[in-house]
Design a protein around this ligand. Structure first.
Ligand code: DQA
Length: 148
C-alpha cells in the first residue's frame, strides 16, 4: 500500500473560539467540527491531515518550520496574523511545498486593515469567503496539485 502524503492545516489566533466567536461571520461550527471534517476529507483524498491551531505567532512559525521536512503541502488560515506577520511570511518562504491560504470570511470585503495579507505574498492559491467549506475546497485543490 502506498504511504499517504502528509499535509498540514494551520489555524491562527482566535480560531479556537469558532462556534461562539462572531457566529454571524464565522458560523456555528467549532474548531473540533472543522478538524473532523478536514481529517475525513483528507482520507477521501488519500491525504494524511495534520491539523493544528495556536494563538501564538511563534508556535505557528515553528509548525511551519516542522512542515518543511514533514509535508508537501500547507493550508494556512493565519487569522489576524495574516495582516501583520512578516515572521510567518518568512517561514512560508522557507517552505518549498504547495501553500494554500484560506479565510472563512471574504477579507477583501471587510475592514481596510484586513484587506492586505502577508500570507498572500507566498500563497500559491487563495480561498476566502467560503465558510468552513473553504478548507474542504483547499484539500481538494491540494490533492490535484500533489497529484495524489
Ligand atoms: C479570518 C479573517 C481575519 O481577518 C481574522 O482576523 C480572523 C479570521 C477568516 O478566516 O476569515 O481571525 O482569517
Amino acid at each position: 500500500m502506498n504511504k499517504l502524503k502528509n499535509i498540514v492545516i494551520l489555524n491562527g489566533p482566535n480560531l479556537n473560539l469558532l462556534g461562539t466567536r462572531e457566529p454571524e461571520i464565522y458560523g456555528s461550527r467549532t474548531l473540533k467540527d472543522l478538524e473532523e471534517m478536514c481529517i475525513s476529507k483528507g482520507k477521501d483524498c488519500s491525504l494524511n491531515v495534520i491539523f493544528e491551531q495556536s494563538n501564538s505567532e511563534s508556535k505557528l512559525v515553528s509548525f511551519i518550520q516542522t512542515a518543511i521536512n514533514a509535508s508537501e503541502g500547507l493550508i494556512i488560515n493565519a487569522a489576524a496574523y495574516s495582516h501583520t506577520s512578516v515572521a510567518i511570511l518568512d517561514a512560508l518562504n522557507a517552505f518549498a511545498g504547495y501553500v494554500i491560504e484560506v479565510h472563512i470570511s471574504d477579507i477583501s470585503k471587510r475592514e481596510k486593515f484586513r484587506q492586505f495579507s502577508y500570507v498572500s505574498l507566498r500563497a500559491d492559491y487563495i480561498i476566502m469567503g467560503r465558510g468552513l467549506e473553504g478548507y474542504i475546497e483547499a484539500i481538494e485543490k491540494m490533492q490535484q496539485e500533489l497529484k495524489v
